[in-house]
Design a protein around this ligand. Structure first.
Ligand code: FMN
Length: 213
């Protein structure tokens, strides 16, 4: 999976309609299980549209909050800087017919008919609990899942609106009939390669303890 690191980017563009085959789905589930987490794949139009309603309502709740909008704007980059989301990777603007909400990173308008895939493969990654340790484990599982997907030639984008709004998160958990805590939602499929995003240098993100001589 190490080799997949430089090729892994969130892909917010519409994917092709090709289904994700069973062996790739199995690999993704395994990636979550290896890290003591679970991955629930939503199968069928009704499961995806029920999830879409939860996600869109969470999105509306967040969008009503000026602090949320300011923070999102604050991470948007018109130019390629060492962090943030460059507009080139922001994906197209959302439209009312979309099943899933898009974060609104200032992407371009869509050409007519250039819709998102009608039946996206949606995966919910969850952990057993929600302590600080569970959250670190969920991050490790997310990392393994994203790299496994990249290695299998799959594109992924992340959707955290239903995780960030507590009632939506609970509704999502209940809709899955799962104990534990949903930690991330992923849209998985085949698409054009994701647009590169900047990386900070390793020195900047590693806070190593100073070991006395
Ligand atoms: C906890 C978490 C939540 C995220 N939520 C969203 C989201 O709701 N929408 C989105 O488009 N990207 C989301 N992302 C993706 C980040 O924006 C993205 O990983 C970051 O900008 C780096 O870009 P890269 O994935 O291309 O490396 C999330 C990432 C993390 C780690």
């Amino acid at each position: 999976l190490y080799a997949a690191i430089p090729r892994r980017f969130s892909n917010r563009l519409p994917f092709w309609p090709d289904p994700v085959p069973a062996d790739a789905r199995w690999l993704l589930g395994e990636a979550a299980r290896i890290e003591q987490c679970w991955l629930e794949l939503l199968i069928g139009v009704s499961a995806v549209s029920a999830f879409g309603e939860i996600a869109r309502s969470a999105h509306r709740v967040l969008e009503r909050d000026p602090a949320y909008r300011a923070e999102r704007e604050g991470w948007l980059r018109r130019e390629f800087t060492p962090d943030g989301v460059p507009a080139s990777a922001g994906g197209p603007q959302g439209e009312p017919q979309d099943v899933l909400p898009t974060r609104g990173y200032g992407g371009r308008d869509r050409a007519p008919g250039r819709d998102f895939e009608p039946e996206p493969l949606v995966g919910v990654l969850g952990s057993v609990g929600n302590t600080a340790v569970d959250q670190v484990i969920a991050g490790q599982a997310l990392q393994r899942l994203l790299l496994t997907a990249t290695d299998a030639g799959l594109s992924v984008s992340m959707l955290s609106q239903p995780i960030e709004v507590a009632p939506a998160r609970e509704q999502l958990r209940l809709s899955l009939g799962r104990f534990g805590t949903p930690q991330m939602v992923l849209r998985i499929g085949y698409g054009q390669p994701g647009r590169p995003t900047p990386r900070r240098s390793v020195d900047e993100v590693l806070d190593l303890p100073v070991v006395p001589a």
